[in-house]
Design a protein around this ligand. Sequence first.
Ligand code: TRP
Length: 337
Amino acid sequence: MTKATVLTGITTTGTPHLGNYVGAIRPAISASKDPNVSPFYFLADYHALIKCQEPERVRQSSLEIAATWLALGLDTSNAVFYRQSDVPEIMELTWLLTCVTSKGFMNRAHAYKAAVAENEQSGENDPDKGITMGLFSYPILMAADILMFNAHKVPVGKDQIQHIEMARDIAGRFNHIYGEHFVIPEAVTSENAATLAGMDGRKMSKSYNNTIPLFEPEKKLKKLINKIKTNSLEPGEPKDPDTCTLFGIYQAFASAQEVGVIRQRYAEGIGWGEMKSVLFEYINEHIAPSRERYEALLQAPHHIEEQLQEGAEKARAVSVPFMKELRKAVGISKITA
Ligand code: TRP
């Protein structure tokens, strides 16, 4: 049986938060232990440059994301865990794909269209103001990430589905012109993946500035949880768990039975202060061992780098020969053998 290759990338522009953890990191780590899956997980640092021109932030984020995944027990004996920029074949493939992608097709990418719409709404007469070629062509870079390793499945958030559609389309075009080289990838979005609300009640997201970092030190974690917005119901008044940010977060961590107990306490009118302390204790206990490993890893960055280099070596064992085949397919090769 051939294993399914599952591939996903994490853009290195921020610090992993609780929302990232339950939505993407936790399922990916558990998949890394599945012997029927061949996982490729990478730090998408070239993608980071599209939205972030602060070198220190990109560097720091790469370190934090790598440390997070390792601290949480990513199985690097099964998963290939690497940094995109350590695999130069990805950039080379990006060009081959760029040359089979029509511009009109790229004009329809959501990220680009959203940026244009924003310009138009603000009364700007240049619809492309502030839009780089990086933003415009980024779905091609993403297609290269995926096609380089012939991924079958690509777990992504719903906002990324269009990019997988584009990768499929680009792969099909390349195959049509040059022969069957690429697997046509599929997006995997889990309907029931938990999306957490952030401190203000909107979806927890870097862009809303409402996140709770996963490995925040204990005291700070407590402070942030205390700041989560609730309504003004008093202790003793029954409360609705299903519209409550605190309950939503608790539910993403606790067992069904534990959740049932807390649901009952909402009906009985648990006070917000009390619920905040229940939530803090629970999360804190749950993450304490990984947080300790995380902090130790940050003190030993060479260990993280070693793991990434090993990952890059495994990735390049695939990408170097495949790129050779692809160069030949498009007619780029030495004149004599
Ligand atoms: N663009 C993705 C995001 O913002 C990250 C990413 C880059 C990715 N390359 C990828 C995801 C390849 C899946 C496959 O979330």
